[in-house]
Design a protein around this ligand. Structure first.
Ligand code: GDP
Length: 297
């Protein structure tokens, strides 16, 4: 991930303040205007930008930063802290059930990286906790989707429960959960169907799966490279499904940063993990503070 444009513009906006013993209100106004433009150009949600700029300005004025020592440095610090807050403050761990299995339902649009991400997460739990996950193939609309999950399962040595494409996905999930119970799997992943866009039929199906499976985690997978579309998608899924977490994929290919910076503030739901490549090991916990530092460079 490199949000180079954003990093450079933010640095430039604040560099102009450096070395000044005292910052005038005009200086602050200019800086805030540049920060605002930098964020908008990075495709950050308009309301998020507005709130962000207002908060930083209010804090700078309220804490009398302009008259204090090292005003430039203090403004950088405020920007850093507010970027961190906008993205959720601290890392949020995976929800876990008090008794096995923990059920994780994965949702997202086609191509967002859902199947790959199920594999990455299962692989991570396997490596870190010696977990024994089961993955349920509940996308019956594309035969290739089942094959893909089976291939991922072989790659990471995690079993896949599938019943082909002729059974109702809710029934597949029901039988998959029974199998996990019988086999004492500690995690169950439900790989649901995706569409090119949000439609009612898909949402109804996901709602029915949710009702049956009572997932501990409804993880929404969104593609960072789609910027504000990723944010709109997250909002759309969350309104219907009340998701518990977001995984932002393809951050390695995202040059702007708009989705990473907007999703938490727009949906109120935490980004829990980020995908940063195509390999099974390319999944990281999302740390808002580290992301803010990376953005500021
Ligand atoms: P699904 O339709 O949502 O199940 O999406 P897939 O899991 O099939 O992923 C679609 C494409 O995105 C595949 O080519 C993946 O290898 C790729 N992909 C998924 N996650 C990432 C990521 O974090 N970074 C990159 N560069 N590619 C990814």
């Amino acid at each position: 991930m490199a949000f180079e444009g954003l990093t450079e513009r933010l640095q430039n906006a604040m560099k102009k303040l450096r070395g000044k013993g005292k910052i005038s209100e005009g200086d602050l106004r200019d800086t805030m205007r540049e920060i605002r433009l930098a964020l908008l150009e990075a495709d950050v949600n308009f309301d998020v930008v507005k709130d962000f700029v207002k908060t930083v300005r209010d804090r700078a004025v309220g804490t009398k930063v302009l008259e204090g020592l090292n005003p430039a440095q203090q403004i950088v610090k405020i920007v850093d802290e507010e970027l961190t807050k906008t993205m959720g403050e601290t890392a949020v761990p995976l929800n876990k059930s008090s008794k096995i299995p923990t059920v994780i339902m994965m949702a997202g649009l086609q191509g967002a990286g859902k199947t790959t991400t199920v594999g990455k997460l299962a692989n991570r739990l396997k490596t870190e906790e010696k977990a024994r996950p089961l993955m349920i193939a509940a996308d019956v609309y594309r035969p290739a989707a089942i094959d893909q999950l089976v291939t991922v399962g072989k790659q990471i040595d995690v079993p896949v429960f599938e019943m082909g494409t002729d059974t109702d996905p809710v029934e597949i999930v029901r039988q998959g959960l029974a199998k996990a119970e019988a086999d004492h799997n500690d995690y169950v992943f439900i790989d649901t169907a995706g569409r090119l866009q949000i439609d009612e039929q898909l949402m109804d199906e996901l709602a029915r799966i949710k009702e049956l499976a009572h997932p501990d985690e409804i993880m929404l997978v969104v593609d960072a490279m789609t910027g504000q579309n990723a944010v709109a998608t997250a909002k759309g899924f969350d309104d219907k499904l009340d998701v518990t977490g977001v995984i932002l994929t393809k951050l390695d290919g995202d040059t702007r940063g708009g989705a990473a910076l907007s999703i938490r503030a727009v949906t109120g739901k935490p980004i829990k993990f980020v995908g940063e490549g195509e390999k099974m090991s390319d999944l990281d916990v999302f740390h808002p503070d580290r992301m803010a530092s990376r953005i500021l460079g």
